[in-house]
Design a protein. Sequence first.
Length: 379
Amino acid sequence: MTTTSEVAINRGLRDIYFERTQSSFIDGREGKLLYRGYNIHDLAEHSTFEETAYLLLYGKLPTRQELAVFDAELKRNREIPAPVHKVIETVKDAHPMDVLRTAVSALAAFDPDVKDKGEEATLRKGIRLTSQVPTIVTAHHAVRNGRRPAAPSKTLGHAANFLYMFSGQEPSQRAARLLDKDFILHAEHGSNASAFTARVVIGTDADIHGAVTAGLAALAGPSHGGAAEGVMRMALEIGEPEKAQAYVKNLLAGGGRVMGFGHRVYRAEDPRARHLREDVRRLSEEMGEPRWYSILEAVVEAMKPYARRGIHVNVDFYAGVIYHLLGIPEDLFVPIFAVGRLPGWTLQVLEQYRNNILIRPRMVYTGPMDLPYVPIDQR
Ligand code: CMC
């Protein structure tokens, strides 16, 4: 905290509480995360993405009947309009995150509820976006590889359908479950940078397509969702576990940051990381590529001195290697984070609307004052 004679400045809004929420509870010291009161460990082990999305959006675990209705709504909304396919083709050479952001923005033009910012319409739009985003990501991936996009499945679950549209083949149950768990772990996380951005947009009474488009822009950066891509690049550069110590030392000596480590809120290990760690270990072994797990654990070992300063692994540290082992290219890692985060953004948007207020902080001006205006030909 920097103080001037008049005001205290909290750069990065560190530790600033700006609102009340019923979305998630994070205890950064204990490393505890609850969605709507339910522990992330229980949800990761026992829930599905669809059930967790319902929990986030409606505030309670669904009955079988409620889940079936919600699941049918998700499946029904997977198609994207033909003009949005055209937009994707037009920008197909851009980074998938730029393509996704552009396509989500374009979806607003075709959404039947676009003019309605009421609670029910916003919920419908949030559910629609949750269904459409996987279709955008995988359609773009097909188009940039010269293939026709696969039509969304009418029967597969959210994660299995993503993998089906990605490769054109029905995935194994094991692969679908891994991604399902990954989506659960990424579904919501309080006022992180992208959700906060979405709230700022809603604070002006704008709409959910604008909020999600802005949220996607914030998610793309390497300090937020882009970290998983960086972790995989690092693992490939390290190449073998024995080289991890020297790599990390060198990186830190040059003022670099180890991707997948550190968090603004957690001072203990990010509770989401442990589930993915176990999955990386098992998947690396099953696929006969144990070195990936060994490289990541060697990086953890090299970072041990920093644990004392509260720098531990975060959710993105293990996610990238899982995607890599599932055959997914690095530049789709952030879009996958976005696929999982749609319910969280929708919930943040709904909460912001319910008790809306313009979000408009202030800055202390430090520039010159009262300068005389000099006409252009006298400068
Ligand atoms: N590697 C090395 N040093 C680090 C790291 C890291 N990954 N993260 C923080 N530090 C150091 C930092 O250099 C600083 O040291 P000093 O006090 O000597 O200047 C100290 O720890 C505090 O860092 P900070 O920048 O004040 O922390 P922050 O709260 O502003 O940043 C962060 C949080 C996530 C941006 C940062 O830890 C980082 O850049 N991590 C790597 C990127 C990453 O993994 N991001 C994913 C976050 S989790 C998924 C998500 O929610 O998006």
